[in-house]
Design a protein around this ligand. Structure first.
Ligand SMILES: [Zn+2]
Length: 325
């Protein structure tokens, strides 16, 4: 590493970092080829992202088990690949980033994985102000052209232009379902690859929260009820108590995750045995979760109606536990 490189890195560090402490690598953030959604970044957008992604921290699989599972971009460049032409006949360009990590005991395995080429998929998300039709240049939806349709032998796609902000970049373990029905949920001006932001719909109503949680809670209740049928030995009772505590713990994690705006899929990854420790872990994870404008934390349940059905009662009991914890 030359001194210039080290200088660039040290612009982002709180103290002077030496070369021995550093691990650096490069990643391709995005390019100007049409993606599977029939969208692409304009060359100008790549140039803007070159600036906006500078200094941005990326995370690995949204994994917060270790404290140092993140890397920061310290240099970016738009690289032309002369031997490659895009599907629409322009020179192929990539936005390449150099990132660094501080070597620690905790990220040794991760560094080995990056070195071994395992964690190579990167996704980015950013705000796009302007999306235009590739055929006529009109704003998306303002012309009769449909992306994916061919007009006089030219395939229509949408050009993402006018980048206003970069939100995050992340490593994803090569997803098995890549390209197979991944739903984009960004609204308006968000654009990215497979990111947490897009796979996660913020829970904004009690109904949505109920839907998200009830399945898991119901399954837990059913399982426990089944075990309680008939005689229960002291050993079995102890095991069941533990099981109940475990599912309470899971519920608590989901509740805290919902409050903090963390995707429920990640809730079980939160660590901690007490509400306090789970909250602390959730707080550190929440920093990596980016929300759409207008996001509001999940509401707390209000008065549940009582039911004569024992299953429903058990369900309501769990919900109460979940709320009072
Ligand atoms: Zn058009």
């Amino acid at each position: 590493m030359d001194s210039k490189e080290l200088e660039k890195i040290n612009r982002f560090t709180r103290r002077e970092i030496t070369e021995d402490e550093l691990y650096t690598f490069s990643v391709i953030l995005c390019d100007n080829e049409v993606d599977r959604d029939m969208e692409r970044f304009s060359d100008a957008a790549l140039e803007v992202m070159k600036e906006t992604f500078l200094g941005k921290t990326g995370i690995f699989d949204h994994d917060t088990k270790g404290r140092n599972q993140s890397a920061r971009i310290y240099d970016t460049q738009v690289v032309s690949v002369p031997e490659r032409v895009t599907s629409y006949g322009a020179p192929f360009k990539q936005l390449k980033a150099s990132a660094y990590m501080i070597r620690t005991e905790g990220n040794r395995d991760l560094i080995a994985e990056i070195d071994g080429g395992i964690k190579k998929e990167v996704s980015v998300s950013c705000a796009v102000e302007r999306i235009v039709c590739s055929i006529c240049g009109a704003a998306e939806g303002k012309c009769g052209h449909q992306k994916g349709e061919t007009y006089d032998g030219v395939m229509c796609h949408m050009i993402l232009d006018g980048i206003t902000d970069a939100y995050e970049w992340s490593f994803v373990a090569v997803p098995a379902q890549r390209g197979a029905g991944v739903t984009k949920r960004y609204k308006g001006n968000k654009k990215g690859g497979k990111t947490m932001e897009q796979e996660f719909v913020p829970i904004q109503t009690q109904e949505a929260f109920e839907t998200a949680v009830s399945e898991r809670v119901a399954a837990a209740v059913q399982q426990t009820e089944k075990r309680f049928e008939g005689w229960v030995s002291p050993e079995a009772a102890a095991a069941l108590t533990k099981e109940r505590d475990d599912s309470r713990n899971v519920c608590l994690k989901m509740k805290i995750a919902a409050e903090k705006g963390i995707p429920l899929e990640l809730a079980e990854k939160l660590s901690g045995d007490t509400e306090e420790s789970i909250r602390a872990d959730a707080d550190s994870l929440a920093k990596y979760v980016v929300h759409e404008k207008g996001y509001a934390p999940s509401p707390i349940f209000t008065g549940e109606q009582t039911s004569s059905d024992p299953m429903t009662q058990a369900y309501q009991e769990l919900i109460t536990v979940l709320n009072n914890n």
